[in-house]
Design a protein around this ligand. Sequence first.
Ligand code: PLP
Length: 499
Amino acid sequence: MSPVRKASRHVNQNEGLIFEKSSPGKRAYRLPPLDVPDVDPDQLLGDAARPDLGAMPEVSEIEIIRHFTRLSTWNYAIDLGMYPLGSCTMKYNPRVNEAVARFEGLANGHPYQPEKISQGALRILQSLRECLLEITGMDAITLQPAAGAHGELTGILLVRAYLEKQGDPRKKILIPDSAHGTNPATAAICGYSVENLKSNARGMVDIPSLVAQVNQDVAALMLTNPNTLGVFEQEIHKIADVLHDKGALLYMDGANMNALVGKVRPGDFGVDVMHLNLHKTFSTPHGGGGPGSGPVACKNILEPFLPVPVVVTKADGTLGFEYNRPHSIGRVRAFYGNFGMHIRALAYILANGPDGLRQTTEDAVLNANYVRKALEGTYELPYKTPTLHEVVFSDKLQARKGVRTGDIAKRLIDYGFHPYTVSFPLVVPGALLIEPTESESREELDLFVEAMKAIAEEAERTPEVVVEAPHSTRVSRLDEVAAARKPVLRWKPAAPGSR
Ligand SMILES: *Cc1c(COP(=O)(O)O)cnc(C)c1O
């Protein structure tokens, strides 16, 4: 059976169609006759008029619907198939989460609504906090940060506030060479200098290097566990002890919690502060720029510095916000964070329950190891250390024919899959970082493995097919730098000024 999935009939039919659909006089609406004086809109709006918007396209209702529906078919989504983008935990977003987030009282709630009539929303924030504290083994938490990187910023600001209050501000943050790029960016934005920490041959923190590098200047180590190779830091207790003995703190990047939930708790292995990515581990939708949610959990020593406000139980037993916290680092976001994400994460946690969450972790690890076993030999496995929820191969075998990780990823698109993560982590030259998540069935994993094997075969026999991929998309190889630096994100009128 060929793993290639045929693009749908509608997509193919539209292949040659032009993008611009406008023709003069078409309307997608019809308004009742005017029963007020017909005034020139520019005159009515004054300075608020937007002549710069120019002429909008003129299309009929069905044309506009077809336009957007067609655009949606040019994209890829977890709802179409496996999305093995390593480190991003692109799992299924259960529809029950969406149903709950759309309950009228929640969806229409307003952050300025009095506490008295917000008790249900506050209960949700409180329940989610309790669940996340139980899962992480930490003492206190803020739900405010809007992403993982934002959580890192918040967490390191807590570290800085704590050390400054002790009169010992310190200068450096240690970061392993396998870290996500947001870690050094966070440390730098918080005013620290970044010092690189080497991994050992097994892909873990090299303890002798750590011992040599931790001194009175080090504020914290930012560590991802399991790290970006999918390897659990087996000497995590020792790592925490080395830091604590010198008065430094242990920050855990919790983006990879999908490998740990229900099995071990960072609070029990020496972590002082960490963030969670609700949009990864806890199934809230993810990608396209948000909204995300990156709660930060910490030990009691950092609790006084948490962002305001915090949810508290008041003397009369009702829930409310407390703002009077003199040591707080202040707000990190408007209001209380992305509440819709909080609802979805809580729905996911409650729907699974403790056993379901544990099963999820086990399935995620099982799926990654199934792929690892099936592709080992076809692709080079640079680290033989056992891995958890994701696996890193390299393109070493294919590079002999001039086929690199980015080419294999592009070819995967032709086989109907979203690419894995390319060229990350940096410790593996030509990395293929694959994270299937627990959402995939054995059948889908088999299709993926078959596609990866077929591409390896092509790399051997017809490398040009791989190097020139993708062949099935509307555009093939883009200028990726221009796409990132000068993205064209919306339609703009050709001739501005007329309306
Ligand atoms: C995703 C990720 C982040 C950043 O999270 P965002 O929500 O994208 O800001 C940080 N570290 C690791 C290891 C990640 O995988």
